[in-house]
Design a protein. Structure first.
Length: 589
């Protein structure tokens, strides 16, 4: 016999898995019809039926006391609308897994909401022995924090248990649900299956006694489904009552203790998985459809393999022993408070640590462009071209700014998604400048440029500043001053990125606001105010530059105040969102 327990094998169609588990030289069947033809030529073991049904009957007699009972429940969402539940009567016991199936719109989710107490029936009674916990169909409904780690720790924050037990429970659950590499991601930025695992972990941290799961296997790969089945079996061995609703007939046939069909607002039939699926023409498994003519009691691929002489199958998934102690954790020896790992008791945020770091080669190249090539280009535009080719000069500045992005430093290829992110930030800054056109100098551009530099690096900050000035001046007026504005805004963004990278600037809004105020007053005011003297006078003196700077101070003060206000308001949320983008797409590291 050939066996394979890997996720890829479990994800294969049932006919292929059965064929692969048997020694034969025939062509591998792919569809259910091909599998049925192949199976008809095989030797079926006739003693299988009696042994398996007897085992299943005895297993169902071991369940414990009633956990959930609904009696003649009627429910409708509005007074004049049709009934969704029509005399629903249903029972679930501690220590068993009950799967409720039904077509779309039959009321499965409504039934769970009634059982959980979210919805109140207008007739009938709902009884539960313990508090009911629900894993909703949309796992995002459970996420309230900015990282998976914070979301899981938030559940434990209100638990009145020793800190050591919180850490132990947290570590067990993240290993169980395979979340070690996802803890620092935003819950919305991970895949659907990963969100399902994170939501499951959040519910398991509360150690439920009654657990309702709405479409729990949606988005899960075949390998984790086996782990998930082990979690459920471990919970039931600890006495937890579990109700599943959904359409995953293959999973329910293999791991549920009892299956029920919801139709027209009521449970119309319920039985053990074998009796339920083998006697059902509509809701049944591919294994049953494949083996119906030769072995009608088979409902899983394991059933068919055993019938072909492959050994008795087990309804218990692998890893059950491991799940048992994690699903409802046994008492752990208390650890000393100072032995608790800091990363489990505090939110990891290395970006807020202020420490000196070496500048990447790309930033060094950008520095050469900014402090040598671009000033020379502006000088050439002012004195060689007599300020008449400012469009050409502006484009040269943009090309020089983008050059570090086009070069591959340190074996790193440039990513188009970086430029897309920078373009979006430029667009926001342009719109922001246009939105406040009625208030002179009260603009969010400098604030957005500083945020860009801190989040994406100094060279990105310069590019956002330069591009914003160039593009927005199509609305506010292009002229010889455009290259100076491009350089001024770009330099602010570049310095913000470099100072943050070196550890001299914090991500805190107040720190950024202080930097923004000085940068606008000194850098932007100094360059732009001086530019009018440079453009108008052939012989420039220090007195001229000082006079121009002093005359522009009132406008610079308004600009600085606007920068402070915008940074205090938008710095934190925008940096958090940009961090999500960087983590999700691996940008600019």
């Amino acid at each position: 016999m050939r066996s394979n327990n890997h996720g890829m094998f479990a994800a294969m169609p049932t006919p292929m898995r059965v064929w692969a588990a048997c020694e034969n030289d025939e062509e591998c069947p792919v569809t259910v019809r091909d599998g049925a033809r192949w199976l008809a030529s095989q030797d079926i073991k006739t003693s299988y039926e009696i042994a398996e049904i007897a085992d299943e009957a005895s297993r169902n007699l071991t369940v414990k006391n009633v956990a959930i009972r609904t009696s003649d429940v009627w429910f409708k969402y509005e007074k004049k609308s049709q009934n969704v539940m029509k005399g629903l009567s249903f029972t679930a016991r501690h220590g068993e897994i009950v799967a409720v199936l039904g077509g779309n719109g039959t009321g499965k989710t409504t039934m769970l909401s009634i059982v959980a107490g979210i919805l109140k029936p207008y007739r009938g009674k709902v009884e539960s022995s313990e508090r009911v916990f629900v894993l909703p169909q949309n796992p995002q409904a459970l996420f309230v924090e900015k990282t998976v780690r914070e979301d899981l720790l938030e559940v434990l924050s209100d638990q009145k248990i020793p800190e050591a037990e919180k850490v132990s429970r947290f570590e067990n659950i993240i290993k169980l649900c395979l979340l070690e590499d996802l803890l620092d991601y935003h819950p919305y930025d991970i895949s659907g299956g990963e969100q399902q695992r994170a939501a499951l972990a959040k519910v398991l941290l509360l150690e439920p006694k009654i657990l309702l799961l709405d479409e729990p296997t949606k988005g899960l790969d075949a390998e984790f489904k086996q782990t998930f089945a082990g979690i459920l079996k471990g919970l039931t061995e600890a006495g937890v009552a579990i109700i599943l609703v959904g359409h995953d007939v293959e999973f329910y046939a293999e791991y549920a203790d009892r299956c029920a069909l919801l139709f027209d607002g009521n449970i119309v039939t319920e039985n053990s998985p074998r009796a339920f699926f083998s006697g059902n023409s509509f809701y049944t498994t591919s294994a049953n459809r494949m083996a119906r003519d030769v072995f009608p009691e088979a409902v899983t691929a394991k059933d068919i393999v055993y019938a072909l002489g492959g050994g008795k199958t087990s309804q218990k998934p692998e890893k059950q022993a491991e799940i048992k102690q994690v699903g409802i954790p046994e008492k752990q020896p208390e650890a000393k408070q100072d032995e608790i790992p800091e990363k489990q008791s505090k939110i990891k945020n290395s970006k807020d640590e202020i420490k000196a770091r070496k500048l990447p080669k790309r930033t060094v190249a950008a520095m050469l462009m900014i402090f040598l090539a671009i000033p020379f280009t502006i000088y050439a535009g002012t004195y060689l071209f007599d300020d008449r080719r400012y469009y050409f000069i502006s484009l040269l500045i943009i090309l020089q700014t983008m050059l570090p992005f086009a070069l591959a430093f340190e074996r790193r290829k440039p990513q188009a998604r970086e430029l897309v992110t920078v373009s979006v930030l430029c667009g926001i800054a342009v719109v922001g400048r246009a939105a406040f056109f009625m208030v002179p100098q009260f603009k969010p551009v400098a604030a957005l440029v500083i945020i860009s530099g801190v989040a994406l690096g100094g060279e990105a900050g310069f590019l956002v500043g330069a591009m914003t000035s160039f593009v927005s001046n199509f609305f506010f007026g292009q002229g010889p001053w455009t290259p100076y504005q491009m350089f001024a805004f770009g330099l602010i963004g570049f310095l913000a990125g470099v100072l943050f990278k070196k550890g001299f600037l914090s991500r805190k809004p107040l720190s950024l606001a202080v930097f923004g105020a000085f940068a606008v007053m000194i850098i932007y005011g100094g360059i732009v105010n001086s530019s009018f003297v440079l453009m108008a006078q052939a012989a420039v003196t220090l007195e001229m530059l000082a006079t121009a700077y002093i005359l522009g101070l009132p406008f610079d003060a308004i600009h600085a105040a606007a920068t402070v206000v915008f940074l205090l308001i938008i710095a934190k949320p925008m940096l958090e969102k940009l961090d999500r983008v960087k983590n999700k797409f691996g940008l600019i590291e």
